[in-house]
Design a protein around this ligand. Structure first.
Ligand SMILES: Nc1ncnc2c1ncn2[C@@H]1O[C@H](COP(=O)(O)OP(=O)(O)O)[C@@H](O)[C@H]1O
Ligand SMILES: [Mg+2]
Length: 341
């Protein structure tokens, strides 16, 4: 057993977050049409809690993750970190907060400076905590390397000498170096070989438990999310369609989108939880520049009725901390569409 962390005080609170991208819509298209990448998302993450964010590619997951750290500016809504409203905090304040909030990206290859040795890459992150004498700094880097399953032998190597899995371990070491309270992990294992994914997932789980860091774990793979998350949010076209404790979401999913995603997720075990051919989810999601009226999932939903087009569905509570946005109470009976072990 690990030490229990009090999972009550929120580290991060997000209210009605919205992010529109104004991309140029082609030479002759006239008015630019915004892409509603995130359209009214609210949630909180408690200390030591792992919140999973899952959905297909393009649903807005990365935009949520980056906006929280103000790597992208929110269009509307409020972001509170440790009680402080950081929605409009200055660049200097956000740089200070990099000691508290970190992000691990999907691509382990582009996120490490190819010209720096590991000692410098991780050392620079250690420096953010404050200057240390040379030997302490090196000892600190070695400790971090060992924490992520690497060693002092790697100190003077360059990133290109490492495999994808090792580079992601380095990214994790660098994120941990500042001793953050909150980390966003955006598809941290998606670019890795399946055999390596499980190792890195196990590392993340162990480190999260040991450090009590609050984690937003982003993935398109419900199997990976189940492996690590305490709570899960399911995102579709910029909105959260269902939110619940991991246990409830996987045993009593309500929203047809959640159920369709689950039907393609074979197992809890990340070694087996590879995406299988989609059986229930036909086609691609609509463009977030032109989302359907009402429930945005209705155009792909086997249970859609006329009323689904009328207005944006309100959240319904179906259990403690369990919400979904489907109006079809008659079909959304919480029946899993797969066997639950
Ligand atoms: N910098 C950007 N400029 C314009 N559109 C963007 C930008 N980043 C993301 N988008 C669009 O926003 C939507 C959500 O993207 P993203 O947050 O990357 O989703 P996910 O991480 O779930 O795949 C997509 O339609 C994507 O094309
Ligand atoms: Mg993404």
């Amino acid at each position: 057993m690990t030490t229990p962390v009090l999972k009550t005080t929120p580290v991060l609170e997000v209210e009605n977050l919205q992010k529109l991208y104004y991309s140029s819509g082609g030479l002759f298209s006239g008015k630019r049409k915004p892409v509603k990448a995130v359209d009214g998302v609210s949630f909180s993450i408690a200390r030591g809690e792992v919140l999973g964010l899952v959905g297909e590619s393009g649903s807005g997951k990365s935009t949520v993750g980056r906006t929280l750290l103000r790597l992208h500016e929110p269009t509307a809504g409020t972001i509170r970190f440790d009680g402080e409203d950081i929605t409009h905090a200055s660049g200097q304040r956000m740089r200070d907060l990099r000691r508290e909030m970190q992000i691990i990206f999907q691509d382990p290859f582009s996120s490490l400076n190819p010209r720096s040795r590991i000692m410098e890459i991780v050392g620079e992150a250690v420096d953010l905590r404050g200057a240390l004498p040379k030997d302490e700094r090196e000892a600190s880097v070695i400790r971090l390397l060992e924490q992520v399953g690497l060693s002092r032998d790697h100190l003077h190597r360059f990133p290109h000498e490492f495999s994808g899995g090792q580079r992601q371990r380095l990214n994790i070491a660098r994120a941990l170096a500042v001793r953050p309270r909150f980390v966003v992990a955006d598809e941290p294992v998606a670019a890795l070989d399946v055999s390596i994914q499980a190792q890195v997932m196990n590392l993340l789980v162990d480190l999260q438990r040991d450090t009590g860091i609050a984690l937003l774990f982003i993935s398109h793979d419900l199997g990976l999310v189940e492996f690590i998350a305490d709570k899960v949010m399911v995102m579709y076209l910029g909105r959260i369609v269902e939110m619940a404790s991991a246990r409830d979401l996987y045993s009593r999913p309500f929203h047809p989108y959640t159920r369709a995603l689950l039907s393609t997720t074979p197992s809890v075990d990340p070694r087996e939880a590879r995406a299988r051919k989609r059986t229930l989810l036909q086609g691609e999601p609509p463009s977030p520049a032109n989302p359907p009226s009402g429930c945005t999932f209705r155009t792909r939903c086997p249970f859609a009725i006329a009323a689904c087009a009328a207005e944006r569905p309100a959240y319904r509570q179906v259990g403690e901390g369990h919400y979904h946005s489907c109006i079809r109470d008659d079909i959304s009976g919480g029946e899993p569409l797969r066997a639950v072990a």
